[in-house]
Design a protein around this ligand. Structure first.
Ligand SMILES: Nc1ncnc2c1ncn2[C@@H]1O[C@H](C[S@+](CC[C@H]([NH3+])C(=O)[O-])CC(=O)[O-])[C@@H](O)[C@H]1O
Ligand SMILES: O=C(O)C(=O)Cc1ccccc1
Length: 248
């Protein structure tokens, strides 16, 4: 796995973070070393996706990057037939996804689209996965997207949303930040790398409070919302669209 050295050099210092070819090339190492419980999150997303997917509908992976969810789901699905649409607006990420998919049996079940998820048309979905992606969208676009997801879901369908969240309370936010930096340091990042990345992510990754997420989900129409995984500020929500017929 190519090692993430993006923030070891000075030149990376001033530019805002972007999902360019250099980041895409080391992305797995970056994810596993900087996202606590990343594999557990994906594993639970696959379990839930398998449980809630309905034949004849679509599964969407919004902000799919280079395909860890889709490739993992394909492997876990076995004979189960499904149709997944994986969207991302980073061409380098999708190039890698395409290559990974090209050697896999059942690859026709996943369609890749290079699109801005703020613009994309969503329909007939039983599962929508959005893992660490909403936080990168401009704030004013987020409500519209969550509403479009709700409208695109069939009754009984789900949204799996994972986000980095913040507290209004600065004591808790500061404590979580410190513990998160310790996590990164334990995974081999230097303090300089950690602080350079923090600067690069300023105004690019804009986290919101848990309450803001819950309020937006409720406003979109979701009545059943559960936090199924949490590592300090890394939070995974399961939101279910009501099924009037069987009362899911
Ligand atoms: N407007 C947008 N439209 C489409 N894609 C976007 C947009 N903005 C950002 N992205 C894409 O969202 C992804 C976010 S990474 C997701 C990890 C993945 N879900 C995983 O489970 O491995 C999370 C992280 O890096 O922390 C990147 O691939 C961006 O190109
Ligand atoms: O929030 C952070 O500080 C991170 O490093 C998370 C992250 C992981 C991968 C790409 C961008 C941000």
């Amino acid at each position: 796995m190519p090692v993430d050295k993006i923030f070891t050099s000075d030149e990376a210092n001033s530019a805002p973070f972007s999902f360019n070819a250099s980041v895409a090339a080391v992305f797995d190492d970056m994810l596993y070393r900087s996202v606590p419980l990343y594999s557990e999150t994906l594993g639970l997303q696959m379990t839930l996706a398998k449980r809630f997917y309905r034949p004849g509908t679509r599964m969407y992976d919004l902000g799919c990057s280079h395909g860890n969810f889709g490739i993992g789901f394909l492997e876990a699905a076995g004979d189960m037939d499904f149709s997944m649409i994986a969207l991302d607006n980073s061409e380098p990420m999708l190039e890698i996804y395409k290559k990974r998919l090209s050697v896999r049996k059942g690859r026709e079940r996943i369609r890749l689209c290079c699109e801005d998820i703020c613009e994309s048309r969503l329909e007939n979905a039983s599962v929508v996965v959005m893992n660490l992606t909403l936080q990168f969208l401009p704030l004013p676009m987020r409500k519209g997207l969550v509403c479009r997801i709700y409208d695109a879901l069939v009754p009984g369908g789900i949204l799996l949303l994972t986000e980095k969240v913040v507290h209004e309370n600065t004591f808790l936010t500061d404590m979580q930040q410190e513990l998160y930096y310790e996590f990164k340091a334990a995974n081999g990042y230097s303090s300089l790398e950690i602080s350079r990345k923090r600067e690069a992510l300023e105004n690019v990754l804009v986290p919101e409070t848990m309450e803001a997420h819950q309020k937006r989900l409720a406003m979109a129409g979701f009545r059943k919302v559960e936090i199924y995984l949490k590592w300090f500020h890394f939070t995974s929500f399961l939101a279910v669209k009501e099924d009037k017929v069987c009362g899911v």
